[in-house]
Design a protein. Structure first.
Length: 134
């Protein structure tokens, strides 16, 4: 008789979800950049790491929110938290990485808000497709 496989790590699902989230944000930002004919980071002196650092902050926020989402009764509080905390974390990174002048610039653009909406959808989809323990 074969033994059942060991249970997977509880960090595996949030990590995989976060990797997919980060890749999707990068792809959506590329599509939006082409659609609006606008650079994602249009400050010439910002350097090449500001955009990836903002996405990394969003990914860390999503990872922390998805960590306990499968065990939650309702996904809506965490989805709402994702929609609020992801743009907040991205704008904090923009303020630290470039300066306070970048915050209103990025807050008025579409890129941060697309990442925010995608974070909320990510939390909802993760909760919906994760089996519940009885």
């Amino acid at each position: 008789m074969s033994e059942p496989p060991p249970p997977s790590s509880p960090l595996l699902l949030p990590t995989l979800v976060t990797v997919v989230y980060g890749a999707t944000v990068a792809a959506l930002w590329g599509v939006l950049s082409l659609a609006f004919d606008r650079e994602v980071i249009d400050f010439l002196d910002a350097g090449p790491l500001l955009g990836p650092a903002m996405v990394a902050a969003a990914c860390l926020t999503v990872w922390l929110l998805v960590l306990h989402t499968p065990r939650a009764r309702s996904p809506w509080p965490r989805a709402l938290a994702a929609v609020i905390l992801v743009p907040s974390s991205m704008l904090v990174v923009a303020a630290v990485g470039y300066g306070p002048v970048a915050v209103p610039h990025f807050a008025l653009g579409p890129f941060v808000w697309v990442a925010s909406a995608l974070a909320g959808v990510t939390v909802l989809v993760t909760w919906a497709f994760t089996p519940r323990m009885p």
